[in-house]
Ligand binder design. Structure first.
Ligand code: FES
Length: 104
């Protein structure tokens, strides 16, 4: 397990044990202040939208394909936007900080 820092929609930071080897979404959907992830990680709903802290953004591969297209449709999109179901949480990302994006 590696910690992950989650900033909820009220701006409150929570440090939780992240699930490694699966997507960031798998951790975020288990907390009350997390994401809905309605499509279950199929990259079709965008309800797992997060903002990755700037310090961590360069450590992640850039969005591709369906994720890139879905992100472009979001009104709340920022340069640091990602769909958390498309970001794998690995041990080297321990301490990763992400904020839950507003509902679009
Ligand atoms: S869970 Fe639906 S797009 Fe990520």
């Amino acid at each position: 397990m590696a910690d992950m820092v989650i900033v909820d929609r009220d701006g409150v930071e929570h440090t939780v044990a992240g699930k490694t080897g699966v997507s960031v979404m798998e951790t975020l959907r288990e907390v009350d202040y997390g994401v809905a992830a309605i499509c279950g990680g199929m990259c079709s709903c965008a309800t797992c939208h997060i903002y990755v802290d700037a310090a961590w953004l360069a450590k992640l591969p850039a969005p591709q394909g369906d994720e890139k297209e879905l992100l472009q449709e979001l009104t709340g999109r920022r340069a640091e936007s990602r769909l958390s179901c498309q970001v794998q949480f690995t041990p080297d990302l321990a301490g990763l900080k992400v904020a839950i994006a507003p509902d679009d």
